[in-house]
Design a protein around this ligand. Structure first.
Ligand SMILES: [Zn+2]
Length: 145
């Protein structure tokens, strides 16, 4: 704790006129708060500005001003897949979609029609009879023949 000061005491603070850290005489106080000081160098009386580091501890972080873009820390893979699906679906021909069947074989860029997920685009054919399909709800791994 810093010792309690009273009017007439000296305090080192930034002088608004000298634009430097100078010794000031405390002119006015409210309770234990120094409100007005007189610079011992230029004798101008001004408000007391508490040292920055003391202020930083106390002051809570200012709320983000409205309108500033939110920086997303982590990309949401589901949202990303949905956006990609949206972009690709313009080129989808539902007529060409192959109803999904776990015993069928698929190739990359095949369109599949899944009873639950709807139309999806085969993006990867993986070992052990699996395909990675991009659906509106995200990427899914499906079995194939
Ligand atoms: Zn001064």
């Amino acid at each position: 704790m810093r010792p309690v000061k009273s009017a007439g005491d000296f305090v080192e603070t930034n002088c608004t006129k000298c634009k430097a850290l100078t010794n000031h005489t405390i002119v006015a106080m409210i309770a234990e708060l120094i409100v007005k000081v007189e610079c011992n160098v230029c004798h101008s009386v001004h408000k007391y500005h508490p040292p920055k580091e003391a202020k930083a501890v106390k002051a809570p972080k200012a709320a983000r001003p409205a309108g500033e873009p939110v920086r997303r820390v982590k990309k949401d893979p589901v949202l990303e897949a949905a956006a990609e699906w949206d972009e690709l679906q313009a080129s989808f021909d539902p007529e060409r979609a192959i109803p999904y069947n776990m015993t069928a074989t698929y190739r990359v860029r095949n369109l599949v029609l899944h009873p639950t997920f709807g139309i999806g685009l085969v993006q990867k054919v993986l070992p052990q009879n699996k395909i990675e399909v991009l659906f509106k709800d995200g990427r899914k791994l499906l079995r194939c023949g």
